[in-house]
Design a protein around this ligand. Structure first.
Ligand code: PXP
Length: 248
């Protein structure tokens, strides 16, 4: 079968290790270590590691970032809010990629995409500084053409579509949300932006998303870490990898 230029055969898997740190932090000690999870993830087929350094350091901490930058064999995607503090940390550590996410102190997890369309002026300099430092910038946005247009204007090379709503709904609503993600991925790819997706993905809902041909990467965390309790981390990652491969 001939594949169009817009189709990416290998769908990369970024494993988000934040919740390894959540478990560690529950007891205040060092176990389980996120860097150990990252090493296992790499060996089990992860193409990258994702970690969100939150303003309140509720999971990943600054010393985790130092450890990840020092010994990871695969690229690190640092999720961060668009704040001066996070910008200076990213510029100091220079991860492979930085994904700009909205962040609210009171939220349990990232609740929606960044409203890039309404803060283009503020994000312009932010994105520019990261790009100038050779950090691959990604904007975590809703699968909405307005947000894709904003990413185009900002010159972001990557967008990550928020799949949280897709994961929460079912039936016709899920089909509609899948179409929104698929249309947004096609629009991004047509404009030279590499589309990614993530949030709330599980063994049960990953396949239709993984089958969207333009998507180049999925970032998955909470489910994989939770599932690791039952089947081990390497096992949960291998199973996700196999589902993603089969979808292509
Ligand atoms: N991508 C982004 C930008 C996120 O903020 C998160 C959650 O931290 C994820 C992917 C992974 O989501 P989940 O933990 O629900 O798999």
């Amino acid at each position: 079968m001939t594949r169009s230029l817009n189709q990416t055969r290998h769908l990369r898997l970024g494993v988000n290790i934040d919740h390894v740190a959540t478990i560690r932090n529950a007891r205040g000690g060092e176990h389980p270590e996120p860097i150990r999870a990252a090493t296992i993830a790499a060996a089990a087929g992860a193409d990258g590691i994702t970690a969100h350094l939150r303003e309140d350091r509720r999971h990943i901490r600054d010393d985790d970032l130092v450890a990840l930058m020092g010994s990871l064999s695969i690229p690190l995607n640092l999720e961060m809010a668009a704040t001066d503090e996070m910008l200076s940390i990213a510029l100091r550590h220079k991860p492979h990629a930085a994904c700009i996410v909205p962040e609210k102190r009171e939220e349990r997890t990232t609740e929606g995409g960044l409203d890039a369309a309404s803060q283009q002026e503020r994000l312009n300099d932010f994105v520019g500084q990261l790009r100038d430092a050779n950090i691959r910038v990604s904007l975590f946005i809703e699968p909405d053409p307005r947000q894709v247009e904003a990413a185009i204007h900002l010159g972001a090379p990557v967008v990550e579509f928020h799949t949280g709503h897709y994961a929460e709904v079912s039936g016709a609503e899920r089909e509609a949300e899948l179409r929104r993600i698929s249309d947004a991925a096609a629009l991004a790819a047509k404009n030279g932006i590499e589309p990614h997706a993530g949030h709330g993905l599980t063994f049960d809902n990953v396949v239709p998303v993984a089958a969207i041909p333009q998507l180049a990467e999925l970032n998955i965390g909470h489910f994989l870490i939770g599932e690791a309790i039952f089947g081990g981390l390497a096992g949960s990652i291998r199973q996700m990898r196999a589902l993603m491969n089969d979808a292509r």
